[in-house]
Design a protein around this ligand. Structure first.
Ligand SMILES: Nc1ncnc2c1ncn2[C@@H]1O[C@H](COP(=O)(O)OP(=O)(O)O)[C@@H](O)[C@H]1O
Ligand SMILES: [Mg+2]
Length: 573
């Protein structure tokens, strides 16, 4: 019912201890409230002057205020804790997303991440705050009241004690049913989010293909599904509340009837009978509250499971095994028999190669041959399934090494442009860069034309919902970022020009060529005109390196794999 991992959070034990004490005081206040109320009523019933009951009324008022105040205080107390815990979760989650990199969002979908970090964590907060308070109420308050009832009349106490597990049984049975429905609801919700984000991002493509309406219809169906599962969960929650209310009311009625008989027979005086009757509903109240909130917080429980699972995802260890001040002309990187597989599919097979200094290495091959995967491996975003990696005689399990990652600059097909000013987008990795340096980078990256075109120049807001930039301009912004951080001596390019037209690509090539000199460059591409800038080619086919060598030598050899690929790619066009 409660996730055990909840009790492993920092500082939870002392919190729960304080909560226990507060709940205990609250239980006593409820008890005193019932007793004093009964005594004041008995006083009036017996026709005694009201001032005899004054003390009882005052104590009742104080107990009442303490009880209600404690409700507020407990809420605040746990809310602060829940806020804190959720904040920590949020940070851990974000750190996990950062550590595991793009592979994770690819596997799980962006919508999923959005759900988890947004609504998911809000639900978790609710769950913490509400459920823990209600659980402690349930664990403490009824038993204080029951002790008193036992003291007054053990038969009534025994009846109330025996009926409790029966009601809990009903609650558990209905709770289990609700749980499976809530699981389905949550799964639907995530699905809906993923599809929705997906559709938003793919809207231009969907429009072009004339599929927007069909896709819209699909999203409609998914949201209908979601609505139905939500209603199903609600229905069970309602039934559960109804059943619980019914049974508790019935039990109280039974108690009342027996108290009535006892009064008639003279076995009991009015005061204890009245006190028991006033306290009986209080005995059941925590259970009813718990059940109501239990259903309301099921989503939070599911979200918490997801969040904790995510945080527990294994990360690459030994990120500090590499000691590399800076990549120099004498540095060497070698791969030996590297394999990599996603799940079962072996994507990289037996990669063995050695690279040194400021070589410029082209990685060429058809789509799906494993170029991006190899680059991701070099970037340390992926860990090889087997094989060994060495940098300057240091043996490594993977390249997610701090000392390695601070040396390279990774440029994807479409660099991400943040919704911010052009200036901040450029100085993204070097926030301390001077205006002077930024201007220089703008010129070197070939962004001068863009800047002079914009009315606000470098202060123009670009990116989503700002001024849109073209694909080529986005690449230039990425290059400017790189230029501001001149310490990075390694460049990883993953088909940076694949979606650009030939003219833009040619322009960009002029800008990139000087940047690539005196740096180690890995350049994945299937546009083979880049080969004239490269020292070395790795030809990939189905995850294997099938040929290596200098571009000129390979091109002059008619039977080379590179020439077959050239022929093939030309045919594709
Ligand atoms: N996240 C992933 N999960 C499973 N398979 C993947 C994933 N990413 C890529 N692949 C598979 O790995 C192979 C190589 O892909 P990739 O390295 O992207 O090729 P390239 O960059 O040369 O086009 C392809 O068969 C592709 O389907
Ligand atoms: Mg690729």
């Amino acid at each position: 019912m409660i996730d055990k991992r909840l009790f492993k959070l920092n500082g939870i034990i002392s919190r729960l201890f304080t909560l226990t004490i507060m709940t205990g005081i609250q239980g006593l206040a409820i008890l005193i409230q019932g007793i004093t109320l009964a005594s004041a009523i008995v006083n009036c019933w017996q026709g005694k002057p009201i001032k005899n009951a004054l003390i009882a009324i005052c104590i009742f008022a104080i107990a009442f205020i303490i009880r209600q105040l404690l409700v507020v205080i407990k809420n605040q107390f746990m809310s602060a804790y829940a806020d804190n815990a959720v904040e920590i979760f949020r940070r851990q989650l974000l750190a996990k997303y950062t550590a595991l990199g793009s592979t994770l969002t690819v596997e799980q979908g962006t919508g999923n991440a959005v759900t988890m970090l947004g609504v998911g964590l809000d639900n978790v907060k609710n769950y913490f705050q509400l459920l823990l308070i209600k659980l402690f109420d349930l664990a403490i308050i009824p038993w204080i009241i029951l002790l008193y009832i036992f003291y007054i009349k053990w038969e009534q106490g025994l009846f109330l004690l025996l009926i409790f597990p029966v009601i809990i049984m009903f609650f558990i049975i209905l709770g289990l049913a609700a749980q499976s429905k809530a699981d389905a609801e949550f799964a639907n919700f995530k699905n809906l989010n993923n599809r929705f984000v997906d559709a938003l991002r793919g809207l231009p493509t969907l429009k072009q293909l004339g599929l927007a309406d069909i896709y819209g219809g699909e999203i409609y169906n998914i949201s209908e599904d979601y609505r139905k599962t939500t209603m199903r969960t609600l229905r069970i929650a309602m039934t559960s509340t109804f059943a619980l209310d019914f049974f508790t009311t019935l039990s109280i009625a039974v108690v009342a009837v027996f108290l009535g008989f006892d009064l008639l027979d003279g076995h009991m005086t009015l005061f204890p009978a009245l006190a028991t009757l006033i306290l009986a509903p209080e005995y059941f109240l925590p259970l009813r509250n718990f059940s109501d909130d239990y259903h309301a917080t099921l989503n939070g429980k599911n979200a918490l499971t997801d969040v904790l699972e995510m945080i527990d995802q294994p990360e690459m260890i030994n990120k500090n095994s590499l000691n590399l001040e800076s990549w120099s002309p004498n540095s060497q990187l070698s791969f030996k028999n590297i394999n990599f597989s996603y799940d079962t599919q072996n994507v990289l097979k037996d990669i063995t190669t050695s690279i040194h200094g400021y070589q410029k290495i082209a990685i060429v091959g058809e789509s799906g041959s494993g170029k991006s995967t190899l680059l991701n491996l070099i970037a340390g975003f992926l860990q090889p399934t087997s094989g060994s990696i060495r940098i300057n005689e240091q043996s490594l399990d993977h390249l997610a090494q701090k000392d390695w990652q601070k040396q390279f600059f990774y440029m994807p097909q479409q660099p991400y442009i943040f919704h911010d000013t052009l200036k901040h987008n450029i100085s993204f990795y070097a926030p301390d860069a001077t205006d002077e340096a930024i201007k220089k980078a703008v010129i070197q990256a070939g962004l001068s034309d863009l800047v002079s075109e914009l009315k606000l120049g470098l202060e123009t807001v670009i990116g989503e919902s700002g001024r849109q930039v073209s694909g080529g301009q986005a690449q230039r912004i990425a290059l400017a970022r790189l230029l501001l951080d001149s310490k990075r001596k390694i460049l990883l390019f993953d088909e940076p020009t694949a979606h650009l037209d030939i003219e833009t690509e040619y322009d960009l090539k002029q800008t990139m060529t000087p940047i690539m000199s005196s740096r180690l460059v890995f350049f994945a591409t299937h546009r083979l005109h880049w080969l004239d800038q490269m020292d070395y080619v790795l030809v990939m086919q189905k995850g294997e390196i099938v040929e290596v060598g200098e571009p000129r030598t390979l091109i002059s050899n008619k039977n080379s794999r590179l020439n077959q690929l050239r022929y093939h790619l030309r045919g594709e066009k």
